[in-house]
Every structure is written in C-alpha cells, then in structure tokens.
Design a protein around this ligand. Structure first.
Ligand code: GDP
Ligand code: MG
Length: 755
C-alpha cells in the first residue's frame, strides 16, 4: 500500500511550489487564493511508494468555502497517512491557527516552516526544535522555491506516517480540555478513536454539519450541551469564540518560546513602501493602466521595443508566408501532386494557410504571457486584485470576482472555475457570466490581426482590448447588480498580500510555456480540422448551375454571370472572386446582414465570427483560409492576405467593432461547457450566453455607429439612431436605482488586506 501524504496549509503558503518540487509536476503556482480549488495528486520523485496530495489552501477546517469543504472532506474521510503542514514563516502566527486544527485530526503530522529565505532576510529567528516540541510534532525549516529542505521535509513526513503516531498537545485551558474529555466519552464508539478529539472540538463549537452527521441520541446531545454551557457560563463567552481565542493564546505561547523577531517594532519594509504607492487610493488604477499599456505595447505594439510584434511579423511573413508554403510546395511537387489539384489546395490553401495564420501569433502570445507571468510571480497582480476590490466594492461587487478575471487572461476555463471560491451564490453566478469577457490567449490572434492588419500595429488597440474586457466585467456587474436576482452585499474579500520577490525563472517559464503549449496543441488539432472544413466549404459550390471546385468552374463563366454575383453581394464586379460563389459564401451571405449594423457584414467576417465558437483562434484561422485569394488589384506576395483583410474593412471602426464583438460574444464551446458545469442549470447557462452575446452586439453596434459617426467614418442613418438609443438605454441601466434587498439580509462589508 502506498503511503499517502497530504500537503495542507493556508493559501499562498507555498504548497504547490513544494508539490511541484517533490513530484516534478507542473501544477499552476498562483499568487492568489483559489488557484488550487481541486486537490491534485502525484508521486514523490525517487519513491514510487509515496503519494502526495496538494490540497486547496485554507485558513481553517470550518466548512464554509469550497476549499475548506474539499480539504476537510479529504482529511477527515479519506484520511491520509501523514500531513505535511506548510506554514508561511513570514506569517507564522496566522498560519499556526490551522496547524492547531490539523493536529486534532489524529494524523501523524510534520510542520514545514516555509519561506525561510524571507524570514532570514527580515532577521527573524525561529528555534525550530522548540517550535516542534511545543506543537507536539516534528518541525522543519524549508524554502520551497529554492529547493531548500524540501526532500528532508518529505522524508520526515514519510517517517512520521510510517511510525503512525500522533500526539497533539493540549491546546486549550483546563476547563475546556476537561469538557472535551467528557464529550469524547459521550461519542465513544460513534467516531473513529483517533478522530475523537477532532469531533469533540467540533461538537463543542456546535458545528452543525458534525452534529447532523453523528446523529447522536437526544440524551447524549443534552449531556454534551450541558458541558458546553457550563464552560460558556464560566468564561462568559460563546463556545466558538472560546475555542478561537484559546487557539490564539496557545499560539502566542508557542511563539514566545520559539520565535525571535528582529528588533522590536519593525519599520516599513521595501515591500510596504512599494505597496503604499501601487495600492494607493488615487494612483493605484493609473499605475495599473500604465503597466498594462507597457505590457501590451511590448508584446503586441508596433514599436521598436515590441519584441512580440517583430516575432509575429517574421512568423507571418517569412515562416508561414514563404518557408512553410515553399517547403510543402517542394514536398507536394516531389510526390507528384499538381498545383491546382484538390489535394494541393486542401493542404496549401486549407491546412497550411489556416494553421499558419494562427501559429503566426505565437511569438506575440509568448511575450505577453511571459510578461504577465512575471507580474504575477513578483506579486504585483495580487495588488491589482486589492486595488480592484476597492473599485468593485463601490458598485456592490466583490474583489473576489476579479481573481477569476485575472486567471481568465490565460484561459477562460480555469477563470470560470476559479469563481468557485466565491461563497455568495449570486456573486458567483455573476462572475461566471462575465469572466470570459477578458481577452484569453486564444483571443490574442484576433487582437493581433485587427491591430496589425487594420490599425498599423497601434499598441492602443491591444491595450484597449484588455480594458474593454475589464470594463465589460465592471459595467455588467453594475448593471446586473441592480436586478433582484443579483442584488445584495458583496462577499467579503480577504487576501494575503505576499511580499514582493524576485520572480522565479522556473515558475515564470512554466506558466508561459503551459499557456503557449496548449495553444499550439489546439492549432495542431481543432484548428487543422476546422481549416479543412472551411477550405472544403469555401472551395466547392454551384457555379452557373454546375457543382464543383469554384476555381475551375469560374474559368468558364461570362461577364454577365460575374456581374450577377457581384450584384447579389452588393459589390462591384472587379471585386468578385471565385470563392464568393462557394457554399460557404452562400451560407455566410445569409447570416451577414445580422452583422451589417456592426460594420462587418461581409460573408468572410461573418463565417469567421461563427467559427470562433469552436475556438477563438479559429477566427484568425478562418481568415487565413478565406482571405488567401489573389484579388485583382492586390499585390501577390506572401502577405497579400492582410491586404485582402484590410480591403474588406473599409471603415477602420468596423474592424474595431469586429474585434469587440468577437472578444465579448459567447465564448468557445469548451468554455460554454465550463459555464454549464459551474451553473449546473440549463436556464442560467443560456442566460449567461445570451447576456454575453447581447452585450457584445450592443457594444459593437454603438462603437460602429456612434463612434464611427463622430470619427467621420460612418454616415448618419437609421443605424445611428439605433446606436444612440442603445447608448441611452445602457446609461439608464447603469444609473437607475436598483432593487434594494430587505433589511436583515447578510451584511458583510469587512474588507481586510491581511498582512
Ligand atoms: P499555495 O497557494 O500554497 O499553493 O502557494 P504557491 O506554491 O502557489 O506559492 C505562493 C507564492 O509563494 C508563489 O509566488 C511562490 O513563488 C512563493 N513561494 C513559495 N515558496 C517560497 C519560498 O520558499 N520563498 C519565497 N521567497 N517565495 C516562495
Ligand atoms: Mg496552490
């Protein structure tokens, strides 16, 4: 039988870092709570006998948040053979609160005091031997990030698990300990012997779930209640507070004997000083805006410093514009596949063009993810969540809703899942409905395409995409919170602000690579298949009554026919190409009018928008296939497709509206699946999809009609009136007085940036 060791500790104490180091796996290390919502298992490197479980971070074993439920369930019911309790050494007092609870589980435990590098830097001293003795278990010092002491901690935990003994200290004062003894006697036989202390404490606290689970007789419950009341009377306090207070008293005693803080009251650390500026009430948001501007400018702007854009231009123009098509040309030539044949077209104009267009954006994406990973690992993003909490709270939203948004800048699916940490059901639903407004990795090619082909690589386009995402979350929050279904006080938001630290190269590269790799994998699977389908549908069609390859059939048509196709499409005859007569064009032309008020009602853009539901990067993949034709007046070099794209968006603001709609409308099918799982209800799932799509449509329409009019790119017309009406409606929804819940509703307003 394998030995099972559980890693338990507060959020951000370094559990996942230790887990990755011990198991050699690549779990996501995040600088905010809620990243590890599900438990993850792995085997200890070098000892296949030992199984390690990374549990979600928790502050206590109460069953309030999802993390607590998951961790408590595992520890109490599945019972690992040993617990390795990770304690943040820079925050030891608060962390030991959980330790005292874990000790009651009767499972052999080792306490690993982590972040010793920071502890030493601060000049604090920990007498690890004395600490272990006071806690009644073995204690070790580690610096998980640096790999110091990790193996030793694991070895000690395995040894403790093998020895199988657990001897927790008496934490509470005498009268409580006596009451616990008596309660233990009452439940003897009803609970496993080694869990009796834990159950006794929980009963003493009147933990409803435990009381319900044990189904004790009325007699016994009465006897237990008398014990509790006696202590409550003597201490003049309620039982739960008595337990909490005495835990902290015990911890204070333990620390007095084992920890020496560096010289008296410590002054402001560098970290504190930086925080005073970046979390400043007035400066916090502008600083965040500047930081994100620089990030997007470097990754996706058109400046000399834009490494990402340089890479993407090279990839698009040279690698996927010349080299790869050239290579396939040679290969296909050697195989005897003639240019102009179906196989040649399928491979070159379908797969190579579609997948190439998507992969071309990998450099921009990697640079962006690298920069975001650095900001996150340094600890800056946690500050942003804190700054956003202050803003969100003014509108009755919780900063907790912002953490899923930060996660969603990688991929919307973990973002949607991260909303599980929000206890309040209304706020959780609201977050699930709005999180995917954020520009995830797959949406970056859309942004890069619009910024590059239509806006001359202006960095403003890319940054605006990010802030349109955040803005949509905030505005939607304000609007929806006014409806009865979402009204109410926001969930409280408590988060540790970790000390800033030099980013770990490993963590940063791992985060970047994981996001980049999943993108590349999709390009090799979903995008290949979609490109093939798109190519077939755009290559075959009925021309002048004959079905076949439109390119071939088109060679025999007369001017009158071309003129009629042009008329159907409302364009001039010399703009028409064979593909405009394909099956896909037929379908696209039927749907296109829906998007005409948004300024991109051409069949290619329409089809691309729809294929975006499969995967957002397929919008660009579809462009790669559909704009890969030789227009009459256009250049014929490798990057003509970008010229073709530009020609299809005569009003630049239409291109911008296209980007807005594709960023904000229903997310890809995979994310819709995640929404369905989280909502667990078909009606709410549809409500979420419908809301997002409607929001995207309204915003894109206002952008095209109203902003377009102001910029002089769009003429006044019926659409303008609709645009202004929608704008007025939007403003009304934002400022109207919303539903106010009755008195007596939960009133949790405390925000604490616990340090
Ligand atoms: P978890 O929430 O407990 O899983 O914590 P993580 O493993 O995600 O780590 C939280 C943060 O602490 C990350 O930014 C880590 O890089 C950082 N961290 C973990 N261990 C150490 C350490 O020993 N020293 C320092 N300075 N930072 C650490
Ligand atoms: Mg974790």
């Amino acid at each position: 039988m394998a030995i099972r060791i559980a890693l338990a500790g507060n959020p951000n104490s370094g559990k996942t870092t230790l887990f990755n180091s011990l198991t050699g796996s690549n779990q996501y290390v995040g600088n905010w709570p809620g990243v590890t919502v599900e438990k993850k298992g792995g085997t200890l490197k070098g000892n296949k006998e030992v199984e390690i479980q990374d549990l979600p971070g928790i502050y206590s074993l109460s069953p309030y948040t999802l993390e607590e439920v998951v961790s408590r369930q595992y520890l109490v019911t599945d019972r690992p053979d040993g617990i390795l309790n990770i304690v943040d050494g820079t925050n030891i007092e608060r962390n030991l609160y959980l330790t005292t609870q874990l000790a009651e589980l009767g499972i052999p435990m080792v306490v690993a005091v982590n972040m010793m590098d920071l502890v030493r830097k601060k000049g604090d001293r920990i007498d690890i031997g004395a600490l272990g003795k006071a806690l009644g278990c073995e204690a070790v010092e580690i610096a998980a990030l640096k790999g110091e002491g990790n193996q030793e901690a694991a070895a000690k935990a395995v040894a403790a698990a093998k020895a199988g003994k657990a001897a927790p200290s008496a934490v509470f004062e005498e009268d409580v300990e006596t009451a616990l003894q008596k309660i233990s006697e009452q439940i003897k036989g009803s609970v496993p012997e080694n869990l009796s202390r834990w159950y006794a404490v929980k009963l003493f606290e009147r933990d409803e779930k435990v009381v319900a689970d044990l189904k004790l007789s009325a007699d016994r419950l009465g006897a237990i209640e008398r014990e509790i009341e006696a202590v409550e009377k003597a201490q003049d306090d309620d039982s739960e507070s008595i337990i909490t207070n005495q835990r902290y008293q015990f911890i204070a005693k333990v620390l007095a004997g084992a920890v020496k803080k560096a010289g008296g009251k410590h002054g402001l650390t560098v970290s504190d000083k930086v925080d005073r500026i970046v979390t400043n009430r007035i400066l916090g948001l502008p600083i965040f805006a500047v930081v994100m501007f620089l990030v997007y400018a470097i990754a996706m702007g058109g400046w000399a410093i834009s490494i990402g854009t340089m890479g993407t231009n090279f990839a698009n123009d040279v690698i996927f514009g010349e080299w790869v098509p050239g290579l396939f040309d040679t290969i296909l030539g050697a195989l005897g596949v003639a240019e102009g044949s179906v196989v040649y077209g399928l491979i070159q104009d379908g797969i190579v063009a579609g997948v190439g267009a998507v992969l071309g954006f990998v450099p921009q994406m990697l640079v962006l993810f690298l920069l975001l990973a650095i900001l996150e690992d340094i600890g800056y993003m946690s500050r942003v969540a804190f700054v956003m909490d202050r803003i969100f709270r003014q509108f009755g939203l919780s900063g907790k809703s912002f953490i899923p948004c930060l996660v969603a800048t990688g991929c919307g699916i973990p973002g949607i899942m991260a909303s599980r940490t929000i206890e309040n059901d209304r706020d959780r639903k609201l977050t699930v409905m709005t999180t995917t407004f954020m520009p995830c990795g797959a949406k970056l090619p859309i942004i890069g395409l619009v910024a590059g082909a239509i806006f001359g690589e202006s960095p403003w386009v890319a940054v605006s995409a990010y802030f349109i995402g955040i803005g949509s979350v905030v505005l939607s929050g304000i609007i929806l919170k006014k409806f009865k279904a979402f009204a109410g006080e926001p969930s409280p938001f408590v988060m540790e602000l970790p000390a800033y630290h030099v980013p770990s190269v490993g963590n940063v590269l791992r985060a970047t690579w994981e996001r980049g790799w999943s993108f590349i994998k999709r390009a090799g699977s979903v995008i290949v298949i979609s490109s093939v389908v798109i190519w077939f549908l755009s290559s075959f069609g009925t021309v002048d009554g004959n079905f076949g390859l439109v390119d071939d059939l088109w060679e025999n048509v007369d001017d009158a026919y071309i003129e009629s196709v042009a008329q159907d499409m409302d364009i001039s005859a010399d703009e028409v190409v064979a593909m405009d007569d394909s099956l896909l064009a037929g379908v696209g032309n039927v749907i296109a009018p829906v998007f005409r008020p948004l300024g991109f009602g051409k069949w290619r853009a329409t089809v691309a928008t729809i294929t975006g539901l499969v995967a957002k990067e397929e919008v660009v993949g579809t462009f790669g296939v559909l704009y890969n034709y030789e227009g009459e007046e256009l250049s014929e070099n490798g990057d003509e497709i970008w010229d073709n794209v530009r020609a299809d968006f005569p009003a630049a603001v239409g291109g911008f509206a296209f980007m807005i709609f594709n960023l904000l409308c229903a997310p890809c099918f995979a994310a819709i699946g995640a929404i369905k799982r989280e909502m667990n209800n078909a009606k709410w799932t549809w409500a979420a999809i419908g809301y997002m799509t409607a929001w995207a449509y309204v915003l894109a329409l206002i952008t095209y009609q109203v902003v377009g009019l102001i910029l002089g790119q769009v003429a006044f017309g019926f659409g303008t009136i609709i645009g202004f009406l929608l704008l007025a409606g939007l403003i009304y929804l934002l400022v109207r007085k919303g539903y106010v819940p009755e008195e007596g509703a939960r009133n949790l307003t405390s925000v604490q940036a616990a340090r």
